[in-house]
Write a protein that binds this ligand. Structure first.
Ligand SMILES: [Cu+2]
Length: 406
């Protein structure tokens, strides 16, 4: 790629770099990562890509398996090549197609690499022909290219084990509360506020979640037999920050193969026969998919006090625009979901962080008496000079780390 346009910065100066003044605070041994109070194992499936196992905090299990299931792209267009362009990446073997990352560019400069490297890129967004009704499906990107509208969708398996395998899924529904007015004495004056309605999801069909703006809720998982000293369920909350609605009618075209895309969260009972929501055959035989995710919940099994799996779907519509040339831009387009403790710890476990800084006045009524700063001390001889990596020499000798061509 040639640099072009208005070059910046004005003069060539080195970019900022992260440094680890006293070395790494995490370790990677075999397939296990340890980071502060966290531990987890990782592996890469040739078909379905990266997966994490045994995610533990202070040696207590939170997630038994957290794993990508499929990456799907449904294109739209004026001509069959784009109308039929429904890609199920599992069929192309996600794990086998991951490519190299460049330290300091795609990831922190001192990243530890474990072969193979993890990276997914947005590809094949443009078509080379034009039609009268093309502008219904995308924008013209230059004199011979149109970028077609498409929907990216991702599905993850989250096998939660909160205080053991016997778990419940509950939504904390936030509903309108109409009460008597707190101040007014007039009988017709009312006060509107919100209240929490505990909604235990008892069966798989009861647990299908389609986002509804009119029904805000939290999604929590817990073991009903384990209570906090305050009497609360020691739960984890699942927060999906990448929701996207599929508009395709169910079971039309190739939609049925990705039945997981119908819901932003689906909770099912864990079964050895339902290990993945997709398969390497997903793009083949879409009328009768080898793995039909709909069957995972259609039998409507009990999910109270069972080993539960949350299937999390995220997605984004992509309308390609000129700034997607020559490389699709990513800022502002990241999708994520979180599992965060919810009445699980007696207080914020971050209070133990040595990285925190506390600044307090010695006398809060008289600042002239000075302040006290409580912070992590840095080594006296710390230098900001970043160690020189040998990554670029490495790929000069082994270009296959970056390129597919061997
Ligand atoms: Cu895209």
């Amino acid at each position: 790629m040639e640099r072009r346009g208005v070059l910046f910065p004005e003069k060539p100066v080195s970019p900022p770099r992260q440094v680890e003044p006293e070395g790494k605070r995490y370790s990677v041994k075999y397939q296990e990562v340890k980071y502060m109070n966290w531990k987890f194992n990782f592996r890469l499936s040739p078909g379905l890509g990266p997966r994490l196992h045994n995610i533990r905090y202070l040696d207590r299990m939170i997630v038994y398996e957290l794993a990508l299931q499929d990456i799907v792209v449904f294109y739209s267009g004026a001509e069959p090549p784009h109308q039929y362009a429904n890609f199920f990446d599992s069929s192309y073997l996600i794990g086998m197609n991951l490519q190299g990352m460049v330290p300091g560019v795609d990831c922190p400069y001192r990243t530890v690499f474990c072969r193979p490297r993890l990276y997914q890129r947005d590809t094949s967004c443009q078509s080379l022909y034009t039609k009268e009704n093309e502008n219904k499906y995308g924008f013209r990107l230059n004199h011979k290219l149109i970028g077609n509208l498409h929907h990216h969708l991702f599905n993850f398996k989250v096998d939660v084990d909160i205080n053991g395998q016997c778990n419940r899924y509950e939504t904390l529904d936030i509903v309108l509360d109409k009460t008597s007015h707190p101040v007014s004495k007039k009988p017709y004056d009312v006060w509107y506020q919100n209240k929490i309605k505990h909604h235990l999801r008892k069966t798989e069909l009861d647990a299908l979640f389609k986002y509804d703006f009119d029904q805000p809720m939290h999604h929590i998982f817990y073991n009903n037999k384990v209570k906090s000293p305050e009497g609360n369920n020691m739960a984890y909350r699942l927060v999906n920050r990448g929701m996207s609605k599929s508009l395709l009618p169910e079971c039309t075209g190739n939609e049925g193969t990705g039945a997981w895309m119908r819901h932003q969260i689906t909770v099912t009972k864990r079964k050895e026969t339902e290990l993945t929501s997709s398969s390497i055959y997903s793009a083949l035989g879409t009328k009768e998919p080898v793995v039909n995710f709909k069957n995972f919940y259609a039998d409507n099994e009990n999910i109270v006090d069972e080993d539960l799996v949350a299937w999390v779907t995220m997605g984004t519509y992509h309308i390609p625009h000129t700034e997607d040339l020559p490389v699709t831009h990513t800022p502002g387009l990241d999708l994520s979901f979180f599992l965060s403790p919810f009445n699980y710890f007696p207080e914020d476990p971050g209070m133990g962080s040595r990285d925190s800084v506390r600044i307090e006045a010695l006398d809060k009524y008289n600042l002239k008496r000075g302040i006290r700063i409580d912070k992590q001390t840095f080594p006296e001889k710390m230098t900001c000079k970043a160690p020189i990596g040998n990554y670029f020499e490495y790929i000069l000798k082994r270009p296959s780390v970056i390129f597919d061509i061997h």
